[in-house]
Write a protein that binds this ligand. Structure first.
Ligand SMILES: [Zn+2]
Length: 94
């Protein structure tokens, strides 16, 4: 009954969360893509990192993952550091 609606809502919120986190991380967006913090830290050339359905993928270096993975990549931190940063930034416990 409400299952499909919930799924849709979750997907939307997940996408927004990742995009918000990408912005909070200071990633530069150009069009629909971001510059990859792993292989394009200087923001030159064509942005290769795409965000979709709560996950990211870089078409240049192949890095991919969820929102936590993006924080790890951008901040060069381990899993614990990434989660701590997310909790601090979003004010939410996961
Ligand atoms: Zn990359």
């Amino acid at each position: 009954m409400t299952g499909e609606r919930q799924e849709w809502d979750q997907e939307v919120s997940a996408r927004h969360a990742v995009e918000k986190v990408a912005t909070d991380l200071g990633l530069q967006k150009e069009g629909e893509h971001y510059f990859c913090p792993g292989c394009q830290p200087l923001g030159k050339g064509n942005p290769e990192l795409a965000i979709k359905q709560g996950r990211f993928r870089c078409f240049a270096c192949g890095a991919e993952g969820d929102v936590v993975g993006l924080v790890k990549l951008a901040r060069h931190s381990d899993l614990q550091g990434a989660i701590a940063w997310l909790e601090k930034e979003t004010g939410e416990k996961s």
